[in-house]
Design a protein around this ligand. Sequence first.
Ligand SMILES: Cc1ncc(C[n+]2csc(CCOP(=O)(O)OP(=O)(O)O)c2C)c(N)n1
Ligand SMILES: [Mg+2]
Length: 810
Amino acid sequence: MPETVIHTGNTQTAAELSFDDFRKIVIDDYRVGFESRQASIIGRREVLTGKAKFGIFGDGKEVAQLAMAKAFKKGDWRAGYYRDQTFMFATGMSNLKEFFAQLYANPDIEKDPASAGRQMNCHYATRYVDADGNWTNQAETMNCAADISTTGGHMPRLLGLAYASKLYRQNKELEYLKNFSVNGNEVAFGTIGNGSTSEGLFFEAFNAAGVLQVPMAISIWDDAYAISVPARLQTTKEDISEVLKGFQRDAKGNGYEIFKVRGWDYVALCETYERAIKICREEHVPVLIHVVEMTQPQGHSTSGSHERYKSKDRLGWEEEHDCLLQMRKWMIETAIATVEEVDALEAEAKKHVRNCQREAWSELENEIKAEMAEAVELIDKVAQQSAQRDELLGLMSGLQTCIDPGRRDTIACIRKVLRLTVKENSDARQNLVNYLAAEKDKNTERFNSKLFTNTPKSPLYVPVIAPAYDEDAKVMDGREVLNACFDANFERDKAIVAFGEDVGAIGDVNQGFAGLQSKYTDLRITDTGIREATIIGQGMGLAMRGLRPIAEIQYLDYLLYSITVLSDDLASLSYRTRGGQRAPLIVRTRGHRLEGIWHSGSPLGLILNAMRGMHICVPRDMTQAAGMYNTLLRGDEPALVIESLNGYRLKEKLPTNIGEFTVPLGKAEILKEGSDVTVVSYGSTLRIVMEAAEELSKMGINIEVIDPQTLYPFDTENICGKSLQKTNKLLVIDEDLPGGGSAFILQKIIEQQNGYYSLDAQPKTLSGAEHRPPYGSDGDYFSKPSTDDVIEAVYKMMNEANPGKYPGMF
Ligand SMILES: Cc1ncc(C[n+]2csc(CCOP(=O)(O)OP(=O)(O)O)c2C)c(N)n1
Ligand SMILES: [Mg+2]
């Protein structure tokens, strides 16, 4: 079994305490650990008996977490994974009742404040946004960023949480943000399983934290397995801290402090955490604590048993090295507690956990049963007046005898009753219809709400201010308009920072930030390594801690390297905490046509599908982009802004209120009025559409051109649908693949805006080719919509509608 070289520190903590105090602390720790184990055992049973759907628990990881909790202070952050229940209990950020409420998927925020029943069990979060959209005082609370199930997926966010401390310590202009930091003393604690360190995101975040020198403390819970796959197949040398030794700081330069300690050695763990976190907190040096020789008493999760893939030897070793068993032994050997005392504590703990579980279950069950009783009464009345009385009563009694009923059982029963009685018309039936509608609202709130924060601080409520122009307004390159916008905002709001590849010294590859680093320092405008995923994570962590980051992805094509973080973590944050957490990160990038396979991307279909929960802004020029930044920087929701790559050197007029005017999200703009065809497009393609419009008008065809400006939200005032009432013909044009962004737009207009009813002709899309565009201008012409393509597409629609007036062209 594992032979490990262990580094432990000195024994300061224990030595400074009286034996009695020390004893009390240890016994209390053991109680928390033991209760946590009971929660795992009972939790698993609850899944196996069908009361909960899935269970994954922190058994075998308890003792290290007790030690970690001792080093965790107010203001600190955790970003971890599903094994951390003991830590959450020990810090008080969660408790046993909440643990069970989440296991049972209770959608009540009061009962499961982490996710309101939306996340699998052992996915933690503290709430830091109140109902009015105000931040709580994070400096006075212990903080836990909302977990995600994708292993390793939280590492980029962890980097950002740690980086915020660095900014708060080094940038004295941020001292006014007292709710978020005390001189940057906060440590961001990360946890990750040994297997998940194989993920690229782990290595990317690990390297970035070493470069940035941020107070990030990563604990690796190493149980030598990742479900069934052993360390041999996961990690070079089967030992992650051994592999990472090159990161150890030394006389030659910055790096990490690396610790390795056994997961069943309480004393060594306490010493190690105390020493490691002191360095991390005081010196802002990242630390790695590799906790080895951990176990999984109940196997990986409720999905299967580990007896299938662990040898008898391994299972025997795990039993013997169970961390709580070892701690118990040590407590008895060192006279901290007698056998009788520990036995009594354990018996008491078992009872306590059982009670918490029962309460959590009955709280949910009682609510569901009360709702069911109400529904049953209404169904009964319908049945009494129905021709299908017996069948309805049968359904009703089926509902009443349902084992461990859920809300879905009641609602499904009502819907069936209403289907069966569709031809009947009684007051009782109407009452049931009304009841269903009211329940629908409640269930929408429970299960479907808060994709966005929807607080009064939402960017959707930012006042609209039109751009103002002097008569002799300066005409300049688009990039200079943006630059002036960023300058004004950086001046206005000290919490704004921007970073990305080449953003600092040269002010981004297209000069949007040119000259601003020297004006606002490299703490605010900063170069990063080539690491898209952690650029987003860095921004997300900062945004969660009260800063206003603009994270730049150099080209839209490289957004894919960060898509997991955007999709799984950032876009789902508000939803998965039911509004308890937010990260108003602005992601800036540039895209659409320029040149070549990896510099011409416009994958809006992919983006719209992956990033629901973010605003998607597609400005046609830099003035519109500036107005969107002005809006977003005053709101509290995350967004992606895609600037037009080929627009930076086009001339635009500079508004006098460049840092103040706002472009409302979801407000489509009619760029050209017309009566023949409604043409909807966005971004770079609009310039082509406008060129085509001119030529078409010479042919006697008058198109209406609409720029939705943001794809999410899309045209909230139905301007496209209303235009269709006039033209009765719709053409959607973009540069994405066929069926990508244009399909999304069609669905919005045809279905959601009822455009279908205005159509006289088949709605059409004109998109890019199915492959990526070849390099060069010819490649662009033959694979992206051109002016000729637009003219012909419109003309063809006119030809189909009126071949006499518009004869076939070819
Ligand atoms: C990105 C991703 N890939 C795969 C999975 C499926 N999965 C869930 S847990 C797990 C094993 C993780 O092992 P490890 O990191 O060692 O943590 P442990 O469960 O052993 O504590 C896997 C593969 C996932 N949740 N996320
Ligand atoms: Mg593991």
